[in-house]
Design a protein around this ligand. Structure first.
Ligand code: KE4
Length: 441
């Protein structure tokens, strides 16, 4: 059979790029087969190099909250590029971005830009250790905070997908200060804090874990983490690389009403360009070089193109420059988030109906415009529950949907994303495709 363009490209990619991809999860190893290659993306749709069209529920893993190639973002990047692509000297866009983040996210008094979520999380942890003078960090199994050595312990996302959550090449000494606990388990945290009195620098958590599929904090759990860190001199770090500016203008911390000490961001604030950021209390952030003793740096941090794209994205989400004061809760700033909420509810209802009519056990978890369909009958509140999902069934579902023009995340252990560019008609055809796939089982 004639090779497709994607097949040709993948064969070539395998010769020059490990696994043919620049990030493991793109390789389709969790679902079998091989990845398609994108030619272009527009709104909620992708077209591969063979001309096949897909409704996209990966949204480049979160950044494309406004859909792909949004005209405001494209023109902002083009205009910025005319002035140069990088200066290594402060530029006005960095100030605009910093003010926007500080005005949107209540807990952020100061913020530092980085080039990825990994850098943001790695730096926030170093800062927590520098501020408290303590070494230990608590993370939760299934949560992924990028691929810094000390965090690749029972990590989620690609690491989990490959079934060996601990990575080769990470000396035990680098993870000896990392305590991994089950998410949503109050007793486990209480016991760990007791057993490590005055040694825990911080607890880092995805407030809504999206790297083992998607599950939600149980009522009161985030409040508990806030209290126990406060009571024990440890910092609470929200990793909002995915949830930031998505679950609400102020992210999960606005949605759940919790103010952490430090926060990590990425994705949406770069409008699709390489970006990360971490921020929080000024008394902590001011320990960073050049003011204080905690070193952190980046050649391209605050890059003018990424800033232009991210500012355009945040502004297009109808978020005013002084959002904290001017943010109208149910005014224009609420509209895109209400639209995302409506789309999410439509998708959830449709997918649950499709599974029920086909008699297929599916647990559909959703928080705003993030979701995951687990092929399991029980509730999914943490990694152990997620691991019960039928991955072979998910792989079949993934390929069945792909064949019907719907691109889902190529792993059971990833979250799906909606954008303001998705329409009710997109959701309708997605649900119809799901019903047709599951009917055939
Ligand atoms: P990056 O270094 O990939 O920009 O961000 C790391 C990161 C940190 N924290 C959270 C909560 C994240 O979700 C991520 C990255 N997300 C994955 C998706 N599961 C990126 C996809 C990939 O690795 O290719």
């Amino acid at each position: 059979m004639k090779q497709s363009q994607s097949e040709k490209l993948f064969a070539e990619a395998l010769r020059f790029i490990p696994g043919g991809v620049n990030s493991p999860v793109r390789a389709f190893r969790a679902v079998g087969g091989q990845p398609f290659f994108v030619n272009r993306a527009q709104g909620a749709h992708l077209w591969d190099v063979d001309g096949n069209e897909f409704i996209d529920y990966v949204c480049t893993w979160g950044p494309a909250i406004l859909g792909h190639a949004h005209p405001k973002i494209i023109s902002a990047v083009k205009a910025a590029a005319d002035h140069g692509t990088s200066f290594g000297v402060p530029n006005p866009q960095e100030v605009t971005m910093a003010k926007l983040i500080c005005s949107l996210v209540p807990g952020v008094q100061k913020v530092r830009m980085t080039n990825s979520g990994t850098e943001a999380c790695m730096s926030a942890i170093r800062l927590a250790r520098g501020f408290t003078g303590r070494d230990k960090i608590v993370k939760f199994d299934g949560c992924y905070h990028g691929h810094a050595d000390s965090l690749l312990v029972k990590a989620g996302s690609g690491a989990l997908t490959f079934g060996h959550p601990d990575s080769a090449g990470v000396p035990a000494a680098f993870t000896q200060h990392t305590i991994v606990l089950p998410f949503n388990d109050v007793d486990a945290v209480t016991a760990a804090v007791e057993a490590n009195k005055n040694q825990i620098a911080g607890i880092i958590v995805e407030p809504v874990p999206g790297n083992a599929g998607l599950y939600l904090p149980q009522p009161g759990y985030l409040e508990f983490l806030r209290e126990i860190t406060q009571a024990n001199g440890a910092l609470l770090i929200f990793d909002e690389v995915m949830t930031g500016f998505r679950l609400a203008p102020g992210g999960a911390q606005e949605r759940f009403g919790i103010t952490p000490d430090l926060m990590c961001f990425g994705k949406i604030i770069g409008g699709g360009l390489p970006v990360g950021a971490f921020g929080g209390r000024a008394d902590i952030m001011d320990l960073l070089a050049p003011l204080g003793p905690v070193y952190q740096a980046g050649t391209l941090s605050g890059n003018p193109l990424a800033m232009a794209a991210g500012i355009a994205a945040l502004e297009e989400l109808n978020i005013g420059k002084d959002a904290r004061t001017a943010r109208p809760t149910d005014g224009p700033a609420g509209r895109p988030y209400q639209h995302l909420e409506q789309l999410g509810a439509q998708l959830e209802a449709g997918m649950k109906d499709a599974a029920k009519s086909a008699g297929i056990p599916v647990t559909f978890n959703r928080c705003g415009s993030m979701f995951c369909a687990y092929f399991t009958s029980g509730p999914v509140h943490h990694l152990a529950d997620a691991m019960k999902s039928d991955r072979a069934r998910f792989a079949k579902f993934f390929h069945g949907m792909l064949a019907r023009g719907v691109y889902l995340a190529p792993s059971q252990f990833e979250a799906g994303f909606l954008s303001t560019a998705h329409t009710a008609a997109d959701i309708d055809s997605t649900v119809k495709a799901a019903a047709s796939v599951m009917r055939g089982w």
